[in-house]
Ligand binder design. Structure first.
Ligand code: NOJ
Length: 771
């Protein structure tokens, strides 16, 4: 690493925020919110002067420009703003664009209420970080928070007030393309990540009046990740027990961290679409969780209640408002129908007032009534975007997100010598490195894998390249997914591409194959019914394997893939997700050993699709399979084992770690006591490295059946070669609590097991009892 980068890395380290320890998901005690009498008085006074039309205008959110993610677009945005018909706008940024929009609201409308400006800032704004599934794989809450903090600095300097993030949907079905946008399958880790993101966006003091903050929007409320068969927008049907224990905790954690807004999801929940679901948006969110911010719908979701079968758009507007929606995204059903619905007595003045009040409070909290521009200027934007320490943080965090899935005979790290055959359709892609929702990220500034290898290895290594395969064999799909991208479809016969790659590979010392999915194959509306490597990529790998050269896979993808052949045949596999602006450099740092990988997967990788949904915290069943496959009359398959290919929490390092048996401070604890779990971890290999020690719990006897393991704590530690550390975890009775059949949050006396290890499978156990 050259001196410049070393300095910048140090600066990036200094920018890290005070250690945000991940709090345990808490009990459902009502939250106390600070009342703000000044805000109340201000909003009362303003609303006292507003007409009905002006109030309804505040509930309307329009989209401008590009990135249309639904069947409709907003028309006449400027004219509507001037007529006072708009509360907020999304999909545009830059100080000039923000100023131009805001000026229209301020100059042309009677009450000069500023607009709320939003955008899908999901994993960075200009400086892009790894996709959220990769961010979670860092198990590093400081890194997660830092990525959101930097995104907030850039987004706010670009005129934005509001970001559609964090996406906290628990996801256990990799067919669903949106798994890449969240933190994976686990409620505990998901809650930690959700809270860290909110802190990053809204600032460490949660003071949105600071102009370098943005308001978070927790999405998609709720249970969107449980869409049947992994098909996007599909039905969700789920017991309340499962909701409360497994799917709701991350939303709640984000709200407890102070998130100012919530986005309702597209799916229905037990028959009632989220956007019309009063139990969800009012009873649970506001009454049980005491949420005080505002609820926006997802794109056109009010109008889509019609397709859900709930009646025409006029009725949909009533249902959504009465359920607890405050802001209508794009569909304009509130704008069109609420006044008439009021006349007809279908909604009340109080319901409209309440939604309007919440929108005005959000604007007040953001300081928009004091300074509608929140201090934007070209100078500030220029000084903020892509600062060297942001870029360094992006590289650092990207390195932390990479997961080493296999490494035989120390194939990795690579030596900086000899010839590398760089093969594969993703080897040169800059655009895919950014992933989906690239916000204002400029793909032309993203570092591809090839560029990264050159940057890190310089002339010490000879690099030879061949594409080897197209990302997909389906030309039409390729064009659709690569729209506006820089990839080209090689029209030569697939066999010819493979032959060329083999010829290149046979001249090299080692093959680095960059394979996986394009960014466009992941994210919204990208469900896949087959989660193997798309197109002819597996055929390419088989041909490369036949050369007998060491084969290193660099995977770029947004979901767990089925990798059985790859796992059996590759010498090394590095999972890199979509690693962001500095992706190529970060991957090269790991491949050449400048950084020892420490990421761990946060979604289980199945062996075959038929195992899906698959997750580590499953129930035991009445007939648990103890042995391998086809355990007759046990809960198993005839044709595959139950065990996944890579378990939740799994990831290798260039060194090895050995765990001692966990020891407990007591064999029995009372309801007011704390249990201390200590475990020694030793670095038993030949390199310094970081390890994520994970603590799981099993409640052996309960009033309802409980998962075989649940994550309840983790620590990421740096251990020098040969070093041993004793780690201490503390468990209180709150950690033993769960929602029982009456949805009471309780800890039940009886036997428990605690497990500690480096992933959810390879653990050692100890027993205790709760009195
Ligand atoms: C639809 C997506 O579901 C949501 O995540 C996104 O924030 C909105 N569109 C706005 O782009």
């Amino acid at each position: 690493m050259n001196r410049f980068y070393r300095v910048v890395f140090l600066l990036a380290g200094a920018l890290q925020l005070a250690a945000p320890l991940c709090a345990q998901p808490s009990d459902p005690r009502a939250l106390t919110h600070r009342e703000d009498p000044k805000m109340q008085a201000f909003v009362d006074e303003l609303m006292g002067r507003m007409t009905l039309e002006e109030k309804i205008g505040q509930l309307n959110l329009l989209a401008v420009g590009f990135d249309v993610t639904g069947p409709v677009v907003s028309k006449d945005v400027d004219a509507n703003i001037r007529r006072g018909n708009v509360g907020g706008v999304f999909n545009t940024y830059t100080p000039a664009a923000a100023r131009q929009l805001q000026e229209q609201a301020l100059k042309a409308t009677r009450l000069k209420i500023p607009l709320l400006l939003g955008f899908d800032v999901v994993h960075g704004h200009r400086t892009m970080f790894p996709m959220p599934l990769g961010l979670a794989a860092t198990w590093d809450m400081q890194a997660v928070e830092q990525s959101a903090r930097i995104a907030a600095e850039e987004a706010s300097a670009d005129g934005l007030h509001w970001v559609f993030s964090p996406m906290v949907d628990i996801a256990r079905d990799p067919r669903w393309g949106r798994v890449v946008e969240g933190a994976g399958e686990d409620p505990y880790l998901g809650s930690c990540v959700a809270a860290a993101m909110v802190r990053g966006y809204q600032g460490p003091d949660n003071d949105l009046a600071q102009p370098n903050t943005v308001m978070a929007c927790v999405k998609h409320f709720a249970l969107y990740g449980a869409a049947e068969a992994g098909r996007d927008y599909n039905t969700v049907d789920m017991s309340r027990q499962r909701m409360y224990n497994e799917y709701l905790p991350p939303y709640k954690a984000a709200i407890e961290a102070g998130a100012g807004s919530v986005m309702s999801s597209f799916n229905d929940i037990n028959g009632i679409p989220a956007t019309a679901n009063r139990w969800l948006l009012t009873d649970l969110l506001r009454r049980q969780w005491s949420f005080r911010g505002f609820v926006a719908t997802d794109y056109n979701a009010v109008n889509e209640l019609t397709a859900h079968g709930l009646g025409d758009e006029q009725r949909a507007a009533t249902l959504a408002l009465r359920a607890g929606v405050d802001m209508d995204m794009v569909g304009e059903a509130f704008l069109k129908y609420l006044a008439d619905n009021l006349k007809k007595g279908l909604v009340s003045p109080a319901e409209i007032d309440q939604a309007c009040r919440r929108m005005l409070e959000a604007k007040y909290r953001l300081g928009l009534f004091r300074d509608p521009y929140r201090g934007i200027s070209d100078k500030r934007a220029h000084q903020t975007m892509g600062r060297p320490e942001f870029v360094a943080a992006s590289r650092d965090i990207a390195r932390r997100s990479l997961v080493l899935l296999k490494n035989e005979r120390q194939t990795l790290p690579l030596r900086k010598a000899g010839t590398i055959a760089l093969i594969g359709p993703l080897a040169r892609s800059q655009r895919d490195m950014l992933g989906s929702w690239k916000a204002a990220g400029d793909w032309q500034q993203a570092v591809s894998l090839e560029q990264g290898l050159r940057n890190v290895a310089g002339s010490a290594v000879k690099l030879m390249y061949a594409q080897g395969a197209n990302l997909t064999a389906d030309r039409r799909l390729f064009d659709q997914l690569n729209a506006g991208g820089e990839l080209t479809f090689d029209v030569r016969p697939a066999e010819e591409l493979i032959r060329e790659a083999v010829q290149v590979a046979s001249q090299a010392d080692v093959i680095v194959a960059a394979v996986g999915e394009s960014a466009g194959m992941t994210g919204e509306a990208t469900s896949r019914a087959d989660i193997g490597l798309p197109g002819r990529q597996l055929a390419l790998l088989k041909a490369l394997k036949a050369t007998g050269k060491p084969l290193v896979l660099v995977l770029m993808n947004g979901r767990p893939l089925t990798l059985t052949w790859e796992d059996e045949n590759a010498d090394a596999i590095l999972e890199t997700w979509f690693a962001g602006s500095q992706g190529g450099n970060a991957i090269a740092d790991v491949l050449f050993g400048a950084y020892n990988p420490a990421g761990k997967i946060t979604m289980t990788f199945p062996r075959v699709l038929g195992q899906v949904p698959i997750y580590y915290s499953h129930k035991n069943t009445g007939r648990p399979a103890l042995g391998d496959q086809n355990d007759k009359y046990k809960s198993s398959y005839l044709d595959v084992p139950n065990a996944p290919l890579y378990p939740f929490g799994f990831g290798l390092s260039y060194t090895t770690f050995t765990y001692g048996k966990p020891t407990l401070s007591k064999a029995t604890i009372g309801p007011a006591e704390t249990l201390t779990v200590t475990v020694t971890v030793q670095n038993t290999g030949n390199a310094d490295g970081e390890e994520v020690a994970q603590l799981y719990l099993r409640d052996l006897v309960g009033s309802i059946s409980r998962p075989v393991k649940e994550l309840k704590g983790f620590q990421k530690v740096l251990l020098k070669r040969g070093e041993r550390k004793t780690l201490t975890f503390r468990l209180s009775v709150d950690d033993l609590k769960f929602y029982n059949d009456d949805l009471q949050f309780v800890a039940e006396p009886g036997a428990f097991q605690v497990f500690v290890g480096g992933n959810s499978r390879d653990v050692q156990a100890a027993d205790f009892t709760l009195e």
